[in-house]
Design a protein around this ligand. Structure first.
Ligand code: SF4
Ligand code: SF4
Length: 125
């Protein structure tokens, strides 16, 4: 039976080292959400990816994501795909040690529905 990981919003994945990469569509959506032009959004909230092939969200000086506010994501409704997809569409060996998501076994149909509901990005506005 497939296992769906139910996020508990512990925010550990917003705090560990790494980068949240942005596609062009995500960048546009985030800029609209913040009421900024894409240029302004890029200047204020992004940095070059480590491989210099695109943009990622900035980190705060302590390494947490720039959009983490307390225990909440300030852009929850338009957060990037990378954030939506963890840990059900991608994860890494041993992630369960850090992530508090609860594993639940379920039938294929329910699993597909829940993964889709979690990972589908918002429609363009
Ligand atoms: S965009 Fe939101 S969900 Fe993604 S890492 Fe930043 S705070 Fe976490
Ligand atoms: S996906 Fe895991 S690490 Fe990220 S907020 Fe949910 S429970 Fe925490």
């Amino acid at each position: 039976m497939p296992v769906f990981y139910e996020c508990q919003r512990c925010t550990a994945c917003c705090r560990w080292p790494g980068q949240v990469v942005l596609s062009e569509a995500e960048l546009s959506r985030l800029a609209r959400f913040k009421g900024l032009s894409e240029f302004e959004f890029i200047q204020e909230w992004t940095r070059l990816r480590a491989d210099r092939k695109g943009l990622a969200l900035k980190d705060k000086p302590d390494g947490t994501c720039i959009f983490l506010e307390g225990d909440n994501c300030a852009v929850q409704s338009v957060k990037p795909q990378q954030c939506r997809d963890f840990p059900n569409r991608w994860n890494f060996s041993g992630f369960e040690k850090f992530c508090k998501a609860i594993p639940r076994e379920m039938g294929d149909e329910e699993y597909q529905t829940r993964v889709l509901a979690t990972t589908t990005p918002p429609s363009p506005q």
